[in-house]
Ligand binder design. Sequence first.
Ligand code: SF4
Length: 163
Amino acid sequence: MRKFAAEEGLQLVHIEILQYLSVSNRYSNTTQVISEYLGQTKGSISQSLSHLQEYGFIKRTQDNNDKRVFHLSITTKGLSVAERLLDSINLDGPEDLEPALKVMLATIQRKNGLRSFGTCLSCKYNQNPGKNLFVCGLTKEKLSTNDVKKICKEHEPATSTSI
Ligand code: SF4
């Protein structure tokens, strides 16, 4: 990722933010949550966000209900960087190791008091009242088929090992 960032003329943290915003849902796109996800201070993340906004990789939108909250979203330009990142890294590995790896990672997160940041599909709050119909049991809001594939700060594993 560091090599890819250099090739794009960006810093590693910029790439990490773009990758995160390309896969996170609407409850998880604030400066605070990005700081938590990347394990960095809010101040340092804020600087990186300003840079990304200035160069058109992301945009900032005020929350409709709480004017103190701003949501960050990835632009088409930012998304193309995140897509190039995926193309540049070969993440294929032995499929038979994947379940054990997931259990190990979930255990480490749990033991260290970290959020699981999983997708709705493995969350205990995810309700599925009909075909392709999803509702978040925590926020009571409807989720689209695209929403349920995104990672979320409120995620709670449906089982003790799922992420
Ligand atoms: S179902 Fe879980 S993961 Fe999905 S939006 Fe609700 S809390 Fe987040």
